[in-house]
Design a protein around this ligand. Structure first.
Ligand SMILES: Cc1cc2nc3c(=O)[nH]c(=O)nc-3n(C[C@H](O)[C@H](O)[C@H](O)COP(=O)(O)OP(=O)(O)OC[C@H]3O[C@@H](n4cnc5c(N)ncnc54)[C@H](O)[C@@H]3O)c2cc1C
Length: 381
């Protein structure tokens, strides 16, 4: 596959060079933020490539952020995960839709690799059904006030703020919520299967400055969709990177491990597994980069197409789980032990079939798009 232009290829090569230094401590983070790696990426101008240059980014396309996520995620899955979170999720929404005040307040720390902003969408009674959320921002005596609760929010122990989806009187929108505000109270810190914290917090009469409103009114939903679709492509490229990490571990092991007098990689049963793993990775990567290329041609405010984005998210999350599971199979009992990179990778990949829109919700979107718009024409490829 050669779909990158020269500039993108050079960008990816630079990311690969920097990422190579993360190999030594890969698989040791498990629940921690790899701050030193974030700073290394920031120093190399690789951390938030699509964030505007005034706030420490590079002002280039989201495809660059995807390339860094993939290059880093192959070597160090945790650093890849945070690269994705920093470059394609909440900080990107602040950059796209925020006031000068919030951009200046939150982005320079993030782009320097010293800060983090979470994304808070889910509520105890509103998971996939985002439209039923009840966290609201109301106007009281001319001031905006937020009340409600959010759950499963990642990265809260490292974050100063969360891009928070809310209900305004006129419909859904989003704000930047300062997590240090006294009205924000952590109810419970869960620890997920991969060892990361996910937080349930309540929001009680928190004043929201006008400058902290990100999206509101008629355009709000469409704008949120732009960042959500890019987030889903970021998730897709991250899971593709994790699948590559699984394949490489299995490939290396199968060349060394001998049974019946020869390396297991010499048995056709194993060769075919490796070939099948790569086939799945290659088709996933093609899907995700072709969706991104289509959208980035139209500028950073354009959303990747919902049909292609959902296909990529669904395909890549499921593919990564299957590929990593096959890698566990090839390595056998060693890979099944706590502390082995593959058992960790397996737990990590499992979450992506739920996070950023479940498999089932992606299928719903694909079906809705087909029913409303039909099967895309050849000229739409
Ligand atoms: C690793 C991880 C990280 C996360 N990080 C964050 C975060 O940072 N911020 C945040 O806000 N949230 C986060 N989440 C939460 C995530 O967004 C939700 O888990 C997700 O939206 C699904 O909601 P739910 O878990 O409540 O499941 P539910 O919506 O209750 O769904 C349960 C099951 O029913 C299925 N289902 C629901 N509706 C339908 C339907 N119409 N048709 C078919 N099937 C359906 C779902 O697909 C799922 O299988 C994270 C989750 C995970 C696993």
């Amino acid at each position: 596959m050669q779909v990158l232009d020269r500039e993108q290829r050079e960008f990816a090569e630079r990311a690969e060079e920097v990422a190579a230094d993360f190999a030594g401590e890969a698989y040791t983070w498990r629940g921690d933020m790899p701050w030193e790696n974030m700073e290394t990426l920031a120093d190399a101008d690789l951390l938030c490539p699509s964030v505007s240059a005034e706030y420490g980014g590079q002002g280039v396309s989201d495809v660059a952020a995807m390339l860094v996520t993939e290059a880093v995620g192959r070597v160090c899955p945790d650093t890849g995960w945070f690269t994705y979170m920093q470059s394609m999720v909440a900080p990107r929404a602040i950059d796209l839709f925020g006031s000068e005040t919030v951009k200046e307040q939150y982005l320079p720390d993030v782009t320097a690799g010293e800060g983090h902003v979470s994304i808070a969408i889910s509520e105890p009674e509103a998971g996939s059904d985002v439209g039923s959320m009840t966290t609201e921002v109301t106007e009281e005596n001319g001031d905006l006030v937020c009340n409600g609760e959010k759950t499963w929010v990642g990265g809260v122990p490292f974050s100063d703020a969360a891009v928070t989806w809310v209900r305004f009187p006129e419909g859904l929108g989003s704000i930047v919520l300062d997590l240090t505000d006294p009205g924000v109270e952590v109810e419970q810190e869960y620890t997920n299967m991969a060892g990361y914290s996910q937080t349930h917090f309540t929001i009680d009469d928190v004043a929201v400055p006008e400058s902290h409103v990100l999206t509101r009114g008629e355009k709000a939903f469409k704008e949120q969709l732009v960042s959500l679709n890019w987030e889903r492509l970021g998730s897709s490229v991250l899971t593709t990177a994790w699948a590559v990490a699984g394949l490489e571990t299995a490939l290396e092991y199968s060349a060394e491990r001998e049974q019946f007098g020869r390396p297991i990689g010499a048995f056709q049963g194993i060769e075919w597994k490796l070939a099948e793993m790569y086939r799945q990775i290659e088709t996933a990567a093609s899907t995700v980069y072709s969706s991104a290329a289509g959208a980035s041609e139209q500028g950073s405010h354009s959303a990747p197409h919902r049909l292609q984005t959902s296909v990529a998210k669904l395909h890549c999350s499921a593919m990564a789980e299957r590929v990593v599971s096959e890698a566990v199979q090839i390595v056998g009992a060693r890979a099944y032990q706590r502390g082995h990179p593959l058992e960790y990778l397996y737990r990590l990949t499992r979450g992506r079939r739920i996070a950023a829109g479940t498999d089932e919700m992606q299928r719903n979107t694909i079906a809705r798009s087909l029913k409303e718009d039909g099967v895309p024409a050849v000229s739409e490829r």
